[in-house]
Each structure stands twice: as C-alpha cells, then as structure tokens.
Write a protein that binds this ligand. Structure first.
Ligand code: ZN
Length: 117
C-alpha cells in the first residue's frame, strides 16, 4: 500500500471517528484509541465501505482526494452518509489533525486522470 492510499484511509477513519464521537457517542464504554477505536457499528460499517472503495479505486495512488473523486463511486446511501461525515468533521480536522489535513490538502492538488471536476 502506498503512502498516498494509507493517508487517504487514515483521513477517512479520523473523520468518521470525530463524527461518531460527536453524534453517536462512539462505541460507548470503549475509549478512543486511535485506530478506529470508538466507532459504533453503523459507523464501522461506513468505514469498512470507504476502505473497500479506496482499495477498488481504479486510479489507485494516482487519484485525487475522495472529496473530489471517490465520492462518485459510493452507492446512494453511503454517499449521503460520508457527505454528512465530511460536513461535520472536515472543519475539525484542521485543528485536531493538522498534519494530516495539510497532507490531504496537498493531495487535493493532484488531478485525478479523466476527472472533469
Ligand atoms: Zn456512529
């Protein structure tokens, strides 16, 4: 797995984490331990789905960030949910995970081949 892909997954995981903790109280008693720590079952499913989409992305490491590209390969339900997550967590990423946000921001400059966005 390239650093690019790992970063993308990391970024999605962090965003879902923030969202779940704020909106669903995470997994309840389990403490937030980084690595997809305190996710409720629904959010864990969303994360698994997101990871699978990234794995199957035809652009691989060459793709742009998901906000610009991968969201179009999500099914309707998951797309609505990940959008919700991004709207909630996107702004918080900047100060909770500044380094990751910066890298994600830079990755966003990479144009996905054949993307007209
Ligand atoms: Zn949740």
């Amino acid at each position: 797995m390239s650093g690019r892909i790992r970063r993308e997954k990391d970024c999605v995981a962090r965003m879902i984490e923030i969202y779940c903790r704020d909106m669903h109280g995470g997994a309840g008693r389990s403490r937030p331990t980084g690595k997809e720590g305190g996710l409720c079952p629904e959010c864990r499913r969303l994360l698994d789905y997101a990871n699978a989409r990234i794995d199957r992305c035809v652009f691989g490491a060459k793709k742009s960030t998901c906000a610009k590209c991968a969201i179009h390969c999500y099914n309707k339900e998951m797309r609505a949910r990940i959008k919700e997550v991004m709207r909630h967590s996107g702004p918080k990423m900047t100060y909770r995970h500044p380094w990751l946000s910066l890298m994600h921001f830079l990755d966003g400059f990479k144009k996905t081949p054949d993307s007209r966005v």
